[in-house]
Design a protein around this ligand. Structure first.
Ligand code: 5AD
Ligand code: FES
Length: 343
């Protein structure tokens, strides 16, 4: 059996074979094909859309890679509850059945404020999923958001090795807390997403293998990866961008290791390649996250440079995505798109 066939059959490979698979493009076509077959066998040809609402670009953290870090020069904004609800209304009209509230770690939004926003969305849209992507909080806070109606949470671990984590983050952030947050979220009952940047500064193949091993221990419901893209004004502004090819290869590897995972073809992938998201879908991804934020704020949520879709109205993005998804051989699913659990 080939390496790809064994990865598919066992959903696993020893480290040295994973390394061999990741470090060459020799297996790419075979990987994409196997990943697409597995994706179709679990989820069919549907692509789930998640309406992304970037509700604040204030952040108390200072991650070295991120364009909205505390010490960066971003032009700051916050959306009011009414503005957020307007985004949901627009998204619902467009057919979206998942709203993703994403923001920097912004203390302005206290637990009470967030719970009020979440429960309003929950009562207006009982048939929709509410996903949070708001960083590290206490277990108690996560529990309150869940009880208010949030049911999914995205929190990338960013890298699973201490030595690498400390090169990407300031000393007050720790990998152990990040991992603890992920396990707390699972325990509470969220569908949990994690992930990392491909080609972040100092990343090695060994780091990526550790990322895969960490994900095996977490069994995430969602896995988001995208290439690192330098952001102007950050300490990493002059580092090279991540590789589109390696990102696609990893999407396929993750589809084979985690057949049931919801895997987005990310905006970062679409930013580095005009057909990046289509290629991501063909490599095994089954989610796209169109931007629902008000157009006047979009270019301010500049976590990296040259981000796509900042000038398009939400309806334009939807039309554009339909064409892209269909051209890649898939179709938009109108279901809420919960994870299909293994057992
Ligand atoms: N390039 C690519 N992705 C980035 N992220 C943050 N900064 C960058 C960057 N410069 C990713 C992180 C974060 C997610 C919201 O965006 O992985 O978790
Ligand atoms: Fe936004 Fe194409 S998806 S313009």
């Amino acid at each position: 059996m080939s390496l790809v066939e064994r990865l598919r059959a066992d959903r696993n490979l020893p480290d040295d074979e994973l390394k061999a698979l990741l470090e060459t493009d020799r297996f790419d076509e075979e990987l994409y094909k196997a990943a697409d077959e597995v994706r179709r066998s679990v989820y069919g040809n549907g692509v789930f859309l998640r309406g992304l609402i970037e509700f604040t670009n204030y952040c108390k953290n200072d991650c070295l890679y991120c364009g909205i870090r505390r010490s960066g020069k971003a032009d700051r904004y916050r959306l009011s509850k009414e503005q957020i609800l307007d985004c949901c209304k627009e998204g619902y009209k467009l057919g979206y059945r998942t709203f993703v509230l994403q923001g920097g770690e912004d203390p302005y939004y206290t637990d009470d404020i967030l719970c009020d926003i979440i429960s309003s969305i929950r009562s207006l849209y009982p048939d929709c999923a509410i996903t949070l992507s708001i960083g590290e909080k206490s277990e108690e806070s996560y529990r309150r958001f869940f009880e208010s109606g949030a049911n999914r949470f995205l929190l990338r671990h960013e890298t699973a090795e201490e030595s690498h984590y400390s090169k990407l983050h300031p000393p007050e952030l720790s990998l152990s807390n990040r991992k603890q947050c992920l396990f707390n979220l699972k325990k509470i009952g969220y569908q949990v997403g994690t992930g990392f940047m491909v080609g972040s500064p100092y990343q090695t193949t060994e780091n990526i293998i550790s990322d895969l091993r960490f994900m095996q221990s977490l069994s995430p419901d969602m896995i988001g990866i995208g290439p690192f893209i330098p952001a102007e004004g950050t300490p990493f502004e002059s580092f090279p961008q991540g590789s589109v090819k390696l990102t696609l290869r990893l999407i396929s590897v993750m589809r084979l290791m985690f057949p049931h995972a919801l895997i987005p073809a990310t905006t970062a992938l679409g930013t580095l390649h005009p057909q990046g998201r289509e290629l991501g879908l063909k490599a095994g991804a089954n989610v796209v996250m169109p931007n629902l934020s008000p157009v006047e704020y979009r270019d301010k949520y500049s976590i990296y440079d040259n981000k796509i879709c900042t000038g398009e109205e939400s309806a334009q993005c939807k039309d554009c995505l339909r064409i892209r998804i269909e051209s890649a051989g898939y179709e938009i699913s109108d279901s809420v798109g919960d994870v299909k659990r293994i057992n």
